[in-house]
Design a protein around this ligand. Structure first.
Ligand code: AOF
Ligand code: ZN
Length: 376
């Protein structure tokens, strides 16, 4: 029993419920929960510090309402989906598919469990548990105790994956960090005196997709001065991340075009912020999460900033885009950062003529969220 994937992560004392969950998740459940997953991802980089969550309400095999958490402070996925249902009577006996365990606490919004119980929904299929200690297992227990059938997805990975930034934030009070750079076939990432495009268009689209999925984008002053980047998501749908620039020596002049770029910016120099945040990448990530509610940061360069994170062994994921082209090795050429740590796994994905080398932490790239649940 304990080995069945549908139940292995749930510590339950009620055997009856365990058995039911092990057999109750079918292909239709899988399909609707995947639809909820697609919806969740529409939250892009707007929900921080909250998670991405999607929900679908199904009656007689048909979707009658869909919704997702659009932004922190806005309604949760479940009330969004329920609000789309034309006739509330349809909710009686309906199934709710939700990527994350429904909350049972008052935050900026009221508990979703109360709404679900009131609505007449009789079955709730959940992607994964909520790592928030205020919710973890308590939301599920509330539903079970009010007679609602609760099913957990046999494989929580896809649902854990979309909340990785939320999970790290809520458990460590630090932002998740993703390093990204494009590297020529001869191991260079650019020049210290001029802008150069190393990757091809498909890789740029890929980069913009990363940008729309992360709350912040972080760069050093050198990259701003040399590249004059726009740091937006113009090649894809979605919103621009907050632009975070580290300039401890105050090298960027006040009339630089960076300051005219649209959207949120956090410009950090020695005068306008506490020197502590320049002490270590970990200190910076804690500050970004705790002061700005930024739970994920994409670090796009340059070499100095990337190496700062790598040397401190401070990263959650790395995207290294390898071009098939070489570029001239001048005196101004900047060498690609070196990845020295060993406890990681690597997947290589071809992308046109480039290849994306994707490094994740071996030990917990998608930490499974254990559901702490004891039934009465
Ligand atoms: C859900 N559905 O769509 C989300 C949930 O301040 P609040 O009221 O927005 O609550 C935030 C917490 O609620 C967050 O830390 C997480 O535990 C949960 N997020 N829960 O049932 C949702 N976004
Ligand atoms: Zn909720």
């Amino acid at each position: 029993m304990g080995g069945h994937p549908a139940v292995s992560k749930v510590r339950l004392s009620g055997k009856e419920t365990l058995t039911r969950m092990a057999h109750a998740f079918d292909q239709e459940d899988e399909r609707f929960l995947q639809r909820a997953l697609q919806l969740a991802e529409l939250g892009g980089n707007r929900t921080s510090p909250n998670p991405l969550v999607g929900a679908v309400v199904v009656k007689h095999g048909k979707i009658i309402g869909e919704g997702y958490h659009t932004a922190a402070g806005c309604p949760h996925a479940e009330p969004e989906a329920i609000a789309r249902i034309a006739d509330p009577h349809d909710l009686k006996g309906a199934t709710l598919y939700v990527t994350l365990e429904p909350c049972n606490h008052f935050g900026k919004t009221p508990p979703c469990t109360d709404l679900i119980i009131r609505s007449g929904i009789s079955r709730v299929v959940i992607g994964t548990g909520d790592p928030n200690p205020q919710v973890n297992g308590i939301g599920i227990k509330k539903l079970l105790n009010s007679g609602i059938e609760v099913i957990l997805a046999p494989d929580p990975k896809p649902y854990d994956r979309i909340i990785q930034a939320f999970t790290k934030g809520i458990l460590t009070q630090k932002a998740r960090v993703i390093l990204k750079w494009a590297e020529s076939s001869n191991g260079l990432i650019g020049y210290s005196d001029q802008r150069i495009l190393i990757s091809e268009r498909r890789s740029q689209i890929f980069t913009h997709r990363l940008r729309q999925a992360n709350t912040g984008i972080l760069l050093g002053a050198g990259t701003i001065l040399v590249d004059n980047p726009r740091l937006d998501t113009r090649l894809v749908a979605g919103h621009n991340p907050t632009k975070i620039v580290l300039d401890p020596q105050g090298r960027i002049p006040s009339q630089h075009p960076f300051f005219q770029l649209p959207g949120k910016k956090i410009y950090l120099n020695a005068q306008n912020t506490s020197p502590d945040i320049f002490q270590s990448p970990e200190a910076l990530l804690a500050w970004l999460y705790q002061v700005h509610q930024i739970n994920s940061v994409l670090v796009e360069g340059g070499a100095f900033v990337l190496n700062w994170f790598l040397k401190a062994n401070c990263w959650d994921e790395i995207y290294r885009i390898l071009s098939s082209k070489s570029i001239p090795e001048t005196d101004q050429a900047v060498k690609a950062p070196e990845i020295v740590v060993s406890e990681m796994q690597l997947e290589i994905h071809p992308l046109g003529k480039d290849a994306v080398w994707h490094y994740t932490r071996r030990e917990n790239s998608f930490p499974e969220v254990p559901v702490n649940l004891k039934l009465n």
